[in-house]
Design a binder for this molecule. Structure first.
Ligand SMILES: N[C@@H](CCC(=O)N[C@@H](CS)C(=O)NCC(=O)O)C(=O)O
Length: 202
């Protein structure tokens, strides 16, 4: 088993943090997405969408999509639970995980894809669309700040996959100058706590 990874990208970091929280070690192979190694015909056999991360099992099965990979490891190593402990918690974690993807992580990634020179010539960029996403990302952070007045972590009292998704999205926002605002005290309190977990260095 191995994971095709990139140290510079936010989605593979979600998986690395997840595994660090579980205390599970899996070999990583770096894919140079800067030079476009992920777009080679060879890599596309593993993931036709040409993205990382990809988990390759010993039987050759390739699993892409960060959350699918995390779910696989959650089944193998249930402790500590990062997707909830019972049906109610699992539904709540799923709700927050999806909300973090759609309202925080995705708009931040869309700003990068549409406004950053990295993607110039790789995809059709629409800077104005990137700026719309910047507004949505900032609205997402503001909403999250209000939510975090109520509880310690995003989906409740425990650290979950939803915190990982939000952390990786917010950290990635820096390259596009998307940051937690000084008045967002709840978000800052949460960010400081989750960033100081050893897994955040993964
Ligand atoms: N939905 C996928 C997204 C994967 C993705 O977009 N990965 C990015 C890195 S964060 C990538 O491989 N980008 C390279 C490219 O688009 O050329 C997941 O959750 O894993």
């Amino acid at each position: 088993m191995k994971i095709y990874d990139s140290q510079v990208a936010p989605n593979p970091r979600r998986v690395r943090i997840f595994l660090a929280e579980k205390g599970v070690q899996v070999p990583y192979e770096q894919v140079d997405i800067v030079s476009g190694a992920n777009r080679s015909p060879e890599f596309r056999k593993k993931n036709p969408l040409a993205t990382v991360p990809v988990l390759e099992l010993d039987d050759g099965t390739c699993i892409a999509e960060s959350v699918a990979i995390c779910r696989y490891f959650e089944e193998l190593y249930p402790e500590p639970p990062l997707f909830g402990r019972n049906p109610r918690e699992r539904a709540i974690v799923e709700m927050w995980q999806r909300r973090m993807e759609f309202h925080v992580f995705l708009p931040i990634v869309m700003v990068f894809r549409n406004c950053h020179p990295f993607f110039a010539g790789r995809i059709r960029q629409v800077p104005e669309w990137g700026e719309v996403n910047r507004e949505w990302a900032m609205e997402g952070l503001s909403w999250l700040d209000r939510e975090l007045a109520e509880r310690r972590f995003i989906a409740g009292d425990s650290f979950t996959i939803a915190d990982i998704t939000a952390l990786c999205g917010i950290d990635f926002g820096r390259v596009s100058n998307i940051r937690i605002q000084p008045e967002q005290k709840n978000l800052k309190r949460w960010y400081d706590e989750v960033s100081s977990r050893p897994s955040a260095k993964a």
